[in-house]
Design a protein around this ligand. Structure first.
Ligand code: CA
Length: 228
């Protein structure tokens, strides 16, 4: 049997923290909880943790500060819990390096599914040379993309965007993170340009561009590649 994964839940609302802990424990994880950022970081320093579930609205040091502190010292996977009103914080959190977010109110089952998906992604390790996602195949060294066995011609920018998204299925990328990934490629340097590239990319690779199957929009935040 694989070793039990340890998860830290930083959440000041005790009822929610307990609910998350119960569901994660039932799913076979070992769980620690902390009611604020300071004690969360303390637990993180003294334990070997596999993932952190981090509430953004915390008393004292807020969730963004905690995410920043975690990212300074490690690549531990982070899932943020956000309220609907924290749209900007959500984007900042993703840009600080959080891997995913779940919006409150959320279903504990969905959170458990996200935790599992993120740990799977981390275990899968570095991006491979060949990415296969259902009917799409991306040969990175050759910069070649095939959809259902048919080669599609992508511009270097479109290729870079597709590669970035498809290398981490399910992970959300903000427009500015996609712009970062385009470093070195010539393009209009504003974030909305990403939308235009995405539109062109979808026209080339999606069976139904208006109802995308691969490159999905995360409303108000950015894009993600379908989680197979
Ligand atoms: Ca809170």
């Amino acid at each position: 049997m694989p070793p039990v994964k340890s998860i830290l839940v930083v959440e000041d609302e005790l009822k929610i923290a307990r609910l998350i802990r119960d569901y994660l424990e039932q799913a076979g994880f070992s769980v620690l909880t902390a009611p604020d950022g300071e004690s969360g970081l303390g637990l993180w320093r003294s334990h070997d943790l596999d993932l952190v579930v981090l509430d953004l609205g915390l008393p004292g040091q807020d969730g963004l500060d905690v995410a920043r502190a975690l990212r300074k010292a490690s690549m531990v996977p982070i899932i943020m819990l956000t309220a609907r009103t924290e749209e900007t914080d959500k984007i900042v959190g993703l840009e600080l390096g959080a891997d995913d977010y779940v919006t409150k109110p959320f279903s504990p089952r969905e959170l458990v599914a996200r935790v599992r998906a993120l740990l799977r992604r981390v275990d899968a390790g570095e991006a491979p040379e060949l990415i296969r996602a259902s009917e799409i195949e991306i040969d990175i060294p050759k910069m070649r993309v095939t959809v259902e066995g048919r080669t599609v011609d992508l511009t270097p920018t479109e290729f870079q965007i597709l590669k970035t998204l498809a290398a981490a299925p399910g992970r959300i990328f903000t427009r500015s993170q996609l712009l970062d990934a385009l470093h070195g490629v010539s393009f209009e340097s504003y974030e909305r340009a990403i939308d235009a590239h995405i539109k062109n990319l979808r026209r080339k690779i999606e069976p139904t561009p208006g109802d995308p199957r691969y490159v999905l929009t995360v409303y108000g935040v950015g894009y993600r590649f379908a989680d197979a």
